[in-house]
Design a protein around this ligand. Sequence first.
Ligand code: ARG
Length: 252
Amino acid sequence: MKKFTKVMALAMSAAMLACVPVSAAETITFGTNAEFPPFEFIAAEGVIDTFDGIDMAIAKQIAEENDMEAKIENMEFDSLLVALQNGQIDAVIAGMTVTEERKEAVDFSTPYYTATQVMIVKEDSDIAKAEDMADKRICVIQGYTGETCVNELGYDYEAFKKGTEAIMELVNGKCDVVVIDSATAQQYVSDNEGLKIVEDPEAFASEEYAIAVQKDNTELLDKINTAIEKMLEDGTISELAATYAEADGEAE
Ligand code: ARG
């Protein structure tokens, strides 16, 4: 009996040892702001917990490619880079545009998506180009590149915390135009009646989305870049973009 117990104990500790690497799978904690469809939004069943969207699927695959687990921390867009610098999160995936200013604070991965700012207006609006906004009530989202663009054009604006809040202002006639990223604008226009998109490529340059890591975190950046480059090459990212745009079209 005694011998049996000993053998059992040995077998059990061996089994426990064998389990250690599995249960201790390393995690990559991605920070995001899940207010930016089709890139990140809350869903009943998302790809990572309740988080769904193109970026969330990309984050999951980056982790999987590296035998790691992806975790999401949802916070205000404005807080993401500070949280990254503080080490609260390992990376930011949030449809984040690479800008010179942000590059001073963090390092960016290989870009994975090209976007541009557009104007969302009521269907009967006479706004046809960016300069038509001069005497209009403009809404932007706080900290987004759309805010920077309107600032640079020199126009007054009101800034909201969430895209949906700005869209409500527009729908309710309290503002005339919302400046926001193209794919997200598409989503809002198909979700709300009576809105349309106005583009002005001369006023709004194209932007590239990339994942941010702490400066000089080359180990993580390499992992992320290898996975992203693979997903760009094998068409995964364009498929994801199409799937999430389509899902929206069908829901109409
Ligand atoms: N591309 C814009 C920027 O970098 C907006 C990103 C907003 N993303 C979000 N997850 N809320 O400023």
